[in-house]
Design a protein around this ligand. Structure first.
Ligand code: XMP
Length: 513
């Protein structure tokens, strides 16, 4: 275990991911956690992240300097580097020189940390203060034009640091530097592999569930699929997977999900609930109302499935719900390990009143890219593992206006063409998502053959993103856009205009509703 101490920069999650890419398990802890508590977790090493503050600022986050003398290896980056320098008697100064962005660094004495790294290379900086003098016992390894001490180490004590951000993509050789610290200075063993993750999780789930039964709602997406696959490996056919077809899936999607899942899962309960959902959505235009209705109907359908699965379970027993919660959700909601008990709020007919629900969250410690790798490790089909995100409410929030079967059919055809062309161009993994949106209440005049048409526009919204929190509109090649446009207007009779959404997020969201 390596602890990444978060000093309030946006980089802590990225650092934790990079540590894991070095095959060492890492977790993020807040800088407010007392040092004894960190050490009590017995970490093999501690990494101090960057942060937005100056070490001299009033109220700047600091850390008990006992951390540096406890014998546990510590690596400081940027702000963490300055804290280490200051904490051990070095000198941090307002140099007046600020370095932001790409900065050339000169390696003057590589030592262990910068071994085999080119003498000059570009790194990503973001700092106002600089370390003017390294603490006693440290070797200075590198400098920049504005910073005499840009990297240092004291291998004997397992301490090292760099002024730059080795975790960001724009820093050359950043991962190598981090690995030199983790593997060569801190002596961390490289045990964080996907196989180990699966084995550990399977073991933990067996312990948690015992001989109980679990249910998992599959959405068709990678997270719920991988979570379910792990749980199935642990408890076999005592897991029931439920997939709700609400009638707003894309063309061929339910069949795809069914065949993908049947290859992997013993039990897949496909519930056809299209009539129920579409009936409830009749006459509804407002986006939030649509979402609420879809959410409510989903819960109803799922509760009915639970009643089927747990109906004959004795009162007082525990029922388990599998969820694909990821590590970023855990960190963002304040952290905390272990499972949470949700009360038996599911007051469904057919279920004993005192049946308790407990969550099983096998992905709680994983990042999205790790989930995909685990999925591959488990042998899930790549259509499932690399599927682009698709919102739970499905095409229902991509029809601007009332959702009807006819409109869904139109949108399904247009969407299928757009996806097919994107895949044919080999771009489906580069593009995060490409919603196709039907402006169902808007009409536009066109001309086709000799006739005037009065059809609907669709909007295509290709975006690039890392986490859906922010996104940019994707610069698709014109010839791909042209093929999409020509085919949609030719092949989908009701659509006579294709438009491209060139809005980033923010200010737009990815979906239109
Ligand atoms: P927005 O539109 O907020 O979308 O930029 C961000 C990401 O979330 C997906 N999304 C949803 N996913 N249920 C989901 O499971 C929802 O209600 C929902 N709404 C948006 C969206 O597709 C994008 O990936």
């Amino acid at each position: 275990l390596v602890l990444v101490v978060d000093f309030g920069a946006q980089y802590a999650q990225l650092i934790a991911r990079r540590v894991r890419e070095a095959r060492v398990y890492s977790e993020i802890v807040p800088h407010t956690m007392p040092v004894e508590e960190m050490l009590a977790r017995n970490p093999k090493a501690i990494v101090l992240s960057g942060g937005p503050s100056s070490v001299y600022e009033e109220g700047a986050p600091s850390i008990d300097t006992g951390l540096f003398t406890a014998g546990t290896p510590v690596f400081g980056m940027c702000y963490g580097f300055q804290l280490m320098a200051q904490g051990l008697g070095g000198e941090v100064a307002h140099s007046g020189v600020r370095e932001y962005g790409r900065t050339p660094v000169s390696v003057t004495a590589p030592g262990t940390l910068l071994a085999d790294i080119p003498e000059t290379h570009n790194v990503w900086m973001s700092h106002g203060d600089s370390v003017a003098r390294a603490p006693e016992g440290f070797d200075v390894l590198a400098s920049t034009s504005g910073t005499p001490v840009a990297a240092f180490e004291d291998v004997g004590r397992g301490l090292a640091g760099v002024q730059w951000h080795p975790e960001v993509l724009h820093t050359e050789h950043g991962q190598e530097v981090l690995e030199h610290f983790l593997h060569d200075i801190a002596g961390c063993r490289q045990t964080w592999t996907m196989l180990n993750i699966v084995e550990e999780q399977v073991e933990a789930i067996r312990e948690q569930i015992g001989d109980g039964r679990a249910i998992c709602a599959l959405s068709g997406g990678v997270d719920s699929a991988v979570a379910a696959a792990i749980v199935q490996r642990a408890i076999g056919d005592r897991l029931t997977c439920v997939y709700v077809d609400h009638g707003m899936m894309r063309l061929g999607e339910t069949e795809q999900v069914r065949s993908d899942f049947e290859a992997v899962f013993d039990t897949l309960d496909v519930v056809d609930a299209a009539d129920q959902f579409l009936g409830a959505l009749e006459g509804v235009h407002d986006p939030e109302e649509k979402r609420k209705i879809i959410g409510r109907e989903f819960i109803r359908t799922f509760e009915a499935a639970e009643a089927r699965v747990f109906g004959d379970v004795e009162g007082g027993a525990t029922a388990y719900l599998v969820q694909g919660t990821l590590y970023p959700d855990v960190v963002e909601s304040g952290g905390g390990a272990g499972t949470s008990n949700i009360k038996s709020h599911h007051n469904v007919g057919g279920l004993p009143d005192d049946l308790q629900f407990e969550l099983v969250e096998p992905l709680r410690t994983l990042f999205k890219d790790e989930v995909r790798l685990v999925g591959e490790q488990l042998g899930l089909p790549s259509t499932m593992v690399w599927r682009q995100p698709f919102p739970g409410p499905g095409l229902g929030i991509r029809i601007i206006g009332e959702v009807t079967r006819e409109r869904l059919d139109v949108l399904r055809q247009a969407d299928a063409i757009a996806r097919e062309e994107l895949t044919r161009a080999g771009l489906d993994r580069d593009i995060w998502q490409m919603p196709v949106v039907l402006l169902a209440d808007v009409r536009s005049v066109g001309v086709q053959g000799d006739g005037r048409t009065y059809g609907h526009p669709v909007v295509i919204r290709p975006v690039t993103s890392e986490d859906a929190m922010t996104a940019d509109w994707a610069r698709l090649p014109y010839d791909v856009l042209e093929r999409i446009s020509t085919r949609i207007t030719n092949e989908v009779a009701e659509v006579n205009r294709v438009t491209l959404d060139v809005t980033s997020k923010p200010p737009g969201t990815i979906e239109w509703e």
